[in-house]
Design a protein. Sequence first.
Length: 426
Amino acid sequence: MTWSSARCVRCAKTAPASAAARCPCGGLFEIRHAFELGGAEEARARFDGRLALRRGSLSSGVWRFRELIAPDLAEESIVSLGEGNTRLYELPALASELGLARLAFKHEGENPTGSFKDRGMTVGVSQARHDGARALACASTGNTSASLAAFGAAAGLPVVVFVPRGKIARAKLAQALAYGARVLEIDGDFDDAMALVSRAASELDLALLNSVNPWRVEGQKSIVFEAIQELGWEPPDLWVFPAGNLGNASAFGKAFRELEALGLIRRRPRLIAVQAAGASPFARFFERRRADPKAAFEKQPGAETVASAIRIGDPQSWEKAIREVELSGGRVLAASDDEIMEAKARLDGAGVGCEPASAAALAGLQILARSGELDGGAAVGVLTGHFLKDADAVLSWRRGAAPGSLSVPARFEAIAEALTAILQGS
Ligand SMILES: *Cc1c(COP(=O)(O)O)cnc(C)c1O
Ligand SMILES: [Zn+2]
């Protein structure tokens, strides 16, 4: 039985669910499902019942929702590393500081390879293997390559990743290499790598596993499903996240629309997408369009930011993402690198921790708070990557600004003196 098909978001042409990443018209495909769930109560009960599973693919935080993600895929075709089931951290002190009634962060750094990319990759790789792919490829600012390398290894398929040379965090490169991917270090930026891998995929018969692949988007919807389930199927007012290539913006909007259409939630939150100011073509588009409703989307050459995971000037999913932000009544913000790193320090200091790009979510909320736009509602932020993904960013940012470290001779008297000073708060 076939429940899923693909449809181009630009020209509405339909295609089999195994469709390549792009329609001949240049638009992206979106997966459409004929959901077979029964009523909302029954569906909630089914998903809640699976929370107790400890083994098997349905214990994954992605595949628990398989009827909403890839209903056609047989369970034995699933390539899973136990992704999802990440924690939702409540931060009440930060909430009241910002003027919110409630604030929680979904920590996607707790996925098997340390970022949310695993949620899309388990679905994209399962589907690609099911469709007979002979090799898998992606371009990456780092986390996509680490994730694809791991899932490709688990699937027993060769992986080639295209990364901008010298521009990805060392831990991410190490992961891709260690999981056995062939790494092509491109003498250019992410946007160059993306253009090259797209061409290589279509001319050399490689399955493209960037988020232009509509199955990646299906998997990433589970961040929303899991958080909403954990909140007792009660959505927050704001859903806040960092935005680079705009796959997540596309996935989150689709997820909330589907939950509402199925009667699993009664209202949708506003999507708040936060870019780094130095890599903000999406934010600039919304800004320009306020003056000119006919303004076209434009890429931003030479994008630059400390948040390397969102250092993207030519986001692939802009068309889907514009629609999702609009349908949610949402906003797109741009945060400076200082704002992002200060927000990161807050999250690190709360014991939660994340990589720089992830902190853009909090930086965005701080921007809204400063302009008096937070009025006591509830917000959920998505922390996209693990702290250890980019430890160098902490050590090199404003070196010496962090007062934590102190050089002390290896003598007890010197230690005692230093400790006395620390404990007295001087
Ligand atoms: C990939 C990534 C992003 C950007 O997500 P998009 O879906 O490309 O907008 C943000 N943060 C981290 C840590 C990432 O790895
Ligand atoms: Zn089309």
